[in-house]
Design a protein around this ligand. Structure first.
Ligand SMILES: Cc1cc2nc3c(=O)[nH]c(=O)nc-3n(C[C@H](O)[C@H](O)[C@H](O)COP(=O)(O)O)c2cc1C
Length: 412
């Protein structure tokens, strides 16, 4: 923390949702956060600057070249010097694109490009803009650089249509700020996992064929990272075992990076005894080459037949050695969702909850920001969760875990 209280720069851009930023300022200040507002010139059409100055008790900054308070210093750097976090809420499609491209042609974009503090984005726009491939590419690229998106929600939009694109609720934004400002305590009502150790596996595995090639899969690690955030939000101690991914875990998470299915198994074998809840969201390769070449294979006109072996079933093996009180969640990526077969799978794997998703739908699952799922238990219950952000699904998964579980004592 750079000052006596945590300090946040709130970027406001030209979205109709900018009126909600006033409430956000008020709530952040109630949490004891100092808020300095930086607005784009287009935000002025949607955002009452004078009200924001009254609510934040600071001048709203708009001009890169004005000098302003602390003149003699470079304005954007002076503002960053005293900030612990940059939150852009609402983030317009235009601003997301500019941030992804590294454009720095006004005060807010120059601050964002110079920032070495966590950056949180709360997108707000019509669904057509949010799901546009250009916006999707920019969001994925920003996530790869560690920019944290607070996913928008589904519901009525400014146009009168319904869809995904509503800015996340003020309370969800505050919770995301809380997670990234370690000096802010967790909200009292949201500590269901406090004192519990949650172990999460995430991402793909890569099985090497030779020094440059591998067998992998399309998992981006987003579902796993959404689970990590949800567990942190609810006060858990979180350990993440992740295959190769461009995503960055939030602060405070114990991260174990692995590459192959066997490395993932070794890591989970070691960590499993001390966890209270295991969530296996990783897309672990079912097969690996019997042996990998030590030198890069060159073309020789004969093709290349691969000899593959089945990898061990990590989840089933862990379930077989669980201790009383441990709760296990498995994921199943299926081309069709057949309830009876999924129930059999849930029982065969020995998990308490199976989250099944349909990977044939191009708008959900691998690489997408959304997912829909069936939640099944070995007792035979089957609860469909309609399409929503992976963050929202992650919260629902934890809500479906009966608590309290026996807190881990950290011993093996
Ligand atoms: C009435 C109206 C509402 C708008 N609402 C949004 C919105 O919610 N989200 C968005 O990304 N763009 C919205 N736009 C378009 C942006 O204002 C426009 O892309 C602008 O260039 C964004 O500027 P900025 O990113 O520099 O703030 C809206 C435009 C109008 C005229």
């Amino acid at each position: 923390m750079k000052g006596a209280s945590p300090s946040l720069l709130l970027g406001v851009t030209g979205s109709i949702a900018a009126y909600k930023s006033l409430d956000l300022i008020r709530r952040l200040r109630e949490e004891g956060v100092t808020v300095r507002v930086v607005a784009t010139s287009n935000a002025r059409h949607f955002f009452p600057l004078l009200s924001a100055e009254v609510f934040s008790d600071h001048k709203v900054e708009t001009d890169l070249f004005s000098g302003g308070e602390g003149s003699g210093r470079i304005r954007h750097l002076a503002l960053l010097d005293s900030a612990d976090l940059l939150l852009i809420a609402p983030a317009s499609a235009n601003f997301i694109a500019r941030l992804s491209l590294g454009v720095a042609d006004d005060l807010l974009s120059t601050i964002a490009l110079s920032a070495r503090i966590p950056i949180l984005l709360a997108p707000a726009m019509e669904e057509a803009m949010y799901v546009h491939p250009a916006t999707e590419e920019h969001r994925v690229r920003l996530a790869g650089r560690g920019v944290i998106e607070i996913a928008p929600e589904e519901g009525a939009l400014a146009s009168g249509r319904s869809g995904q694109g509503r800015m996340a609720s003020v309370e969800r934004i505050i919770e995301a700020v809380r997670q990234n400002l370690s000096s802010l305590p967790s909200s009292s009502g949201n500590n269901a996992l406090s004192g519990l150790h949650v172990l999460i596996s995430s991402g793909p595995t890569y099985e090497p064929l030779d020094p440059v090639r591998f067998i992998g899969n399309r998992s981006s690690g987003r579902m796993g990272m959404a689970l990590v955030r949800a567990a942190r939000e609810q006060g858990a101690r979180v350990t993440l075992v992740t295959g190769p991914t461009a995503l960055t875990a939030p602060p405070g998470v114990d991260v174990h990076a692995v590459e192959t299915a066997r490395e993932m198994k070794a890591s989970l074998d070691e960590l499993f005894p001390s966890c209270d809840i295991l969530v296996m969201a990783a897309a672990v390769s079912d097969y690996s080459p019997v042996s990998a070449l030590t030198d890069k294979r060159k073309k020789n006109g004969n093709g290349w037949s691969l000899n593959l072996q089945e990898n061990p079933d990590i989840l089933k093996a862990l379930a077989a050695r669980r201790r009383p009180g441990q709760y296990l969640v498995g994921f199943a990526a299926e081309s069709t969702l057949d309830r009876e077969k999924l129930l059999q799978k849930c029982r065969a794997k020995g998990v308490d909850l199976l989250v099944a998703n349909d990977i044939s739908n191009p708008f959900t699952g691998f690489g997408s920001s959304e997912n829909e799922a069936l939640l099944l238990t070995p007792e035979g219950s089957c609860h469909p969760v309609s399409k929503r952000s992976k963050e929202a699904l992650a919260r629902i998964i934890f809500e479906n875990i009966p608590l309290p579980r026996r807190p881990s004592d950290g011993k093996q």
